[in-house]
Design a protein around this ligand. Structure first.
Ligand SMILES: Cc1cc2nc3c(=O)[nH]c(=O)nc-3n(C[C@H](O)[C@H](O)[C@H](O)COP(=O)(O)OP(=O)(O)OC[C@H]3O[C@@H](n4cnc5c(N)ncnc54)[C@H](O)[C@@H]3O)c2cc1C
Length: 282
């Protein structure tokens, strides 16, 4: 079993920030991710609140910059899914499908997972990385928060989008809703709740019920993107959360404050705490 001082699970904003700071301290660590790095951030449309980019920057572009910074520090990412974490002889044991690794400290930077709808289809997508490549399609997005509105804006660049909110309350920030309401490629409907999904002839047929008058609305779409909420991706630590040496960073730690600057600050702070503890025990 390979041993490290620190294992970081997740190479998103938080994991990358932790890794760069640990590298600067000269601490040995392993950075693991089941996907490509920054897979979540690559879904984002225009980032307006991350300092240093006065003309704003697309999520995809910012992710590329974060990854090139990681490469400058010669930090490799091991592409593995972690499916279990144990604790043995005062060390964390991390199990991937092919190997296991151990460490004194563990950083969980696994982000968030989408809340799912009770329907299944190959035409339902919970993130939009693959859909960013499609053109001239009709895509229905459901949700009322920042992510739903942000997805609608990204997808509207090459497609027609129908954005459906199940209530009349819009939970997203004004700067996103203003852009959506002015966008002629996005049709916004509210007070419609999704009640059924059917696959039909390479399309998806969606039935919605109006909240006030119970009228049924049928929409035929190429794809459906539910963006109805996200929850912390923390199931892996259910059995080990009592042990010292475990740190959480980023969206997994701050489900209500999912922001790049917060995730990055968290990652750096965790690395500084770990370095201090290692120095005290040396
Ligand atoms: C559409 C959209 C728009 C956004 N807009 C903004 C914005 O304008 N401004 C802003 O500040 N923030 C924005 N955000 C939020 C921002 O992208 C996140 O806060 C940030 O990416 C969180 O980083 P993280 O490192 O905590 O998690 P993530 O980036 O989600 O990284 C978690 C990583 O862990 C990996 N992982 C999970 N489980 C495992 C496992 N079992 N084994 C191995 N690897 C695993 C995942 O593959 C993933 O790469 C937006 C997000 C979205 C989706």
């Amino acid at each position: 079993m390979k041993k490290f001082d620190v294992i970081i699970i997740g190479a998103g904003v938080a994991g990358i920030s932790t890794a760069i700071q640990l590298k600067r301290f000269g601490v040995s660590f392993l950075l693991l991710d089941k996907n490509k790095p920054c897979s979540h951030l690559r879904n984002a449309y225009l980032i307006e609140n991350y300092l240093g980019f006065p003309d704003f920057i697309y999520g995809e572009e910012l992710a590329k910059l974060f990854i090139s910074q990681l490469k400058k520090f010669h930090i490799p990412i091991l592409q593995r899914e972690v499916y279990k974490i144990g604790f043995l002889n005062n060390e964390f044991v991390v199990y991937s499908d092919s190997e296991k690794y151990s460490s004194k400290f563990l950083v969980l930077a696994t982000g968030s997972i989408p809340v799912k709808i009770p329907f299944e289809s190959d035409r339902i997508f919970y993130d939009i990385i693959k859909l960013k490549k499609v053109k001239n399609k009709t895509i229905t997005v459901i949700g009322s928060g920042d992510v739903a509105f942000d997805y609608a804006l990204s997808l509207s660049m090459e497609n027609n989008v129908i954005l459906i909110n199940r209530s009349h309350n819009c939970k997203c920030i004004n700067s996103l809703s203003d852009k959506v309401f002015q966008n002629t490629n996005i049709r916004y409907l509210y007070n419609y709740k999704l009640i059924n999904v059917l696959d039909y002839n390479k399309k998806i047929i969606l039935h919605f019920k109006h909240k006030l008058n119970n009228n049924i609305l049928e929409i035929t779409s190429d794809y459906l993107v539910p963006a109805i909420g996200r929850k912390p991706n923390n199931l892996l630590i259910e059995k080990i959360k009592k042990y010292k040496g475990l740190y959480l960073a980023g969206d997994v730690r701050n489900p209500k404050f999912r922001q790049i600057a917060i995730a990055s600050g968290d990652g750096i702070k965790v690395a500084m705490k770990i370095f201090k503890e290692l120095k005290n025990t040396a």
